[in-house]
Ligand binder design. Structure first.
Ligand SMILES: Nc1ncnc2c1ncn2[C@@H]1O[C@H](COP(=O)(O)OP(=O)(O)O)[C@@H](O)[C@H]1O
Ligand SMILES: [Mg+2]
Length: 363
């Protein structure tokens, strides 16, 4: 396991700038995710770390070694691709053993290492099967086994589960987390799927459509304290209101034109959070209480009309239209502990939330 440093990487394709002065540190021994919309440059970043692409300028370091111009096979970096890229005419054992064979490792050592790795990915029972007889999930396990048998310092995973169905994907995510904990190899996991990234990562970087890093943090930091409107809406759902920061009776508030003045709480004041500045007030749908009665113990209140109710099984989503025609989304857990009056279409409802649950974003 080694720390990866990307410093001032510039990369373009056919005149289009994909990465511009791109810098990133991936801490050693961590499960790191790169999350961003399709086409933002995630694969390009991985291919530069792996040595499949050369940057026009900038440096790639692995630990204290500059590997910018080191060829792929000397990098101690392995990659798992979305499309597995297995040898279809070989069985499971031979696919996994291949990279040891070409290094002339003796037969008995190869056998022991392959068996050990196949156990780690729960494939020991399928060792002698031809690749075509395996399911998609099993094939991806072979690809992972093949990538880690060379004991790389870094394992790069490029949307490795994209071809699998949801249930299997969840299971594989947990297996990957276990594997990373056992191996302690630095994992860099690329995905456009926020649920995957939040599930697996110790730390993640959020890239915007221009390939710029918007925020780096733990899943909790990213979700609870998004640093920008992009992050707030890309990771999870967020209700966002435009307003002006102002103090009313010594309370910090946001004045939202047409809707009123709402209390907010600033835990760490940023330079730009000045009295009178334009600001975005953001509230997660699950932080909003919805009811037909007015509640007194909340800091904030809005009134609206229920426009849609979507049943999600574990939760119900309400879309509520405010008097300025803005729609607020509310998620309510489906639980029987606190039975309350049933809410229907067209009902007039009160929306409440606490000032501590507001995230303030720069406009
Ligand atoms: N070999 C290439 N030649 C030309 N354009 C490329 C090449 N690889 C990637 N691109 C372009 O670079 C951009 C970023 O691609 P990519 O890194 O694959 O994004 P992501 O993995 O985030 O979806 C895209 O616009 C893509 O079309
Ligand atoms: Mg990609």
């Amino acid at each position: 396991m080694k720390t990866i440093y990307l410093k001032d990487i510039n990369k373009s394709f056919e005149g289009d700038i994909i990465l511009e002065k791109f810098s990133l540190t991936v801490p050693e021994g961590k499960f790191f995710a790169l999350l961003g919309p399709s086409g933002c440059g995630k694969t390009t970043v991985l291919r530069i770390i792996g040595g499949f692409e050369q940057p026009e300028s900038g440096t790639v370091m692995l630990g204290d070694e500059d590997i910018t111009h080191v060829p792929i096979y000397k990098r101690r970096v392995s990659t798992v691709f979305q499309n597995y890229a297995l040898f279809p005419h070989m069985n499971v054992f031979d696919n996994v053993a291949y990279s040891l064979h070409i290094k002339n490792v003796d037969k008995e050592t190869v056998r022991q290492r392959v068996v050990k790795i196949l156990k780690a990915v729960h494939l020991e029972a399928h060792m002698h099967k031809p690749i075509q007889q395996l399911s998609g999930g099993q094939q991806q396990r072979v690809a992972i086994a093949r990538a880690i048998i060379t004991e790389p310092e870094v394992l790069l995973l490029d949307e490795p589960l994209a071809a699998l169905d949801v249930k299997l994907r969840e299971q594989m995510l947990i297996e990957l987390m276990d594997l990373q904990e056992t191996l302690k190899t630095t994992f860099v996991y690329v995905t456009h799927d926020q649920v995957e990234a939040l599930t697996v990562a110790d730390q993640l970087a959020i890239l915007n459509a221009d390939g710029k890093i918007e925020q780096i943090g733990t899943p909790q930091q990213i979700y609870e304290f998004p640093a920008s409107a992009f992050v707030a809406t890309f990771v999870g759902k967020m209700n966002i209101f435009r307003g002006v920061l102002k103090t009313v009776n010594q309370d910090v508030c946001v004045d939202v034109p047409g809707l009123g003045v709402f209390k907010v709480y600033i835990s760490a004041r940023q330079d730009w959070m000045q009295e009178g500045c334009e600001i975005l007030m953001a509230v997660r749908p699950e932080k909003v209480w919805i009811g037909k009665k007015r509640e007194e113990h909340f800091s904030n209140m809005m009134i609206g009309k229920v426009e849609a109710i979507v049943y999600h099984g574990h939760a119900t989503q309400y879309n509520v239209r405010l008097k300025n025609d803005v729609i607020v989304q509310v998620f309510e857990q489906n639980e029987e502990h606190f039975p309350k009056e049933k809410i229907d279409y067209d009902d007039e409802v009160y929306l409440h939330w606490q000032k501590e649950n507001v995230v303030l974003l720069e406009r």
